[in-house]
Design a binder for this molecule. Sequence first.
Ligand SMILES: [Zn+2]
Length: 244
Amino acid sequence: MASADSFILTYHSLDESGSVISVTPQLFRRQMAVLNASGRKVVPLELITVTPNAAAITFDDGYENFFEQALPVLDDFGFPSTVFAVTRLCGQRSAWAGSGPGKPLMDWSQLRQLWSHRVSVGAHTATHADLRKLAPEAAAGELDESRCEIEQRTGRKVRAFAYPYGVADAQVRQLAGERFDWCCSVELDFVRAGADPAFLPRLDMYYFQAAARFESLVAGKAEQYVAARRSLRRIRAMIPFARF
Ligand SMILES: [Zn+2]
């Protein structure tokens, strides 16, 4: 059964900076080629919980380099994907706790063009707020504002969401689950049968930069590695320092 597990890949920025949220454009193209050669099905996020042995591809924050670096590669392989946009910052630079010096984010004209490339735009709140730190009404406001703004500006229904920093408590999960059909966390795991659509696990590509790691993942042989990284992350999460 292990080999039938599906997974969601998480990318942020495609650039050469070497930051924890960056993968180089060259590595991204190589990974997509490996995924393509593996024969594993690449499905839209909307189908990941009902498709065994599949992969879905997601990009958090909506960096402009998605448009320049990722889109042509995804088009070449015909892979669908989902981009999670921070709606009040579209066309500006990332500027939230932990974002460092900031990187340019796609504007609305770019986001509108994505739909014709099999890229759906999901919500990532209005300001990239840690929703756990907000009163319930304010958290709901972040969710509603981001969904409505994308729907109004692109004319498409928004059904997917990614938690900023991947974090949510029970209340935040409930608020998001009421509003979106698929909510992505950064819990490092495969999507198994019965996965909670209000808190879907994903695999951050930070952990798969070594060629052999990514190859073993798409071959369905990364269970042990993912379990080990997950334990380490849980321990580290108890220590207060910057996480992305
Ligand atoms: Zn984010």
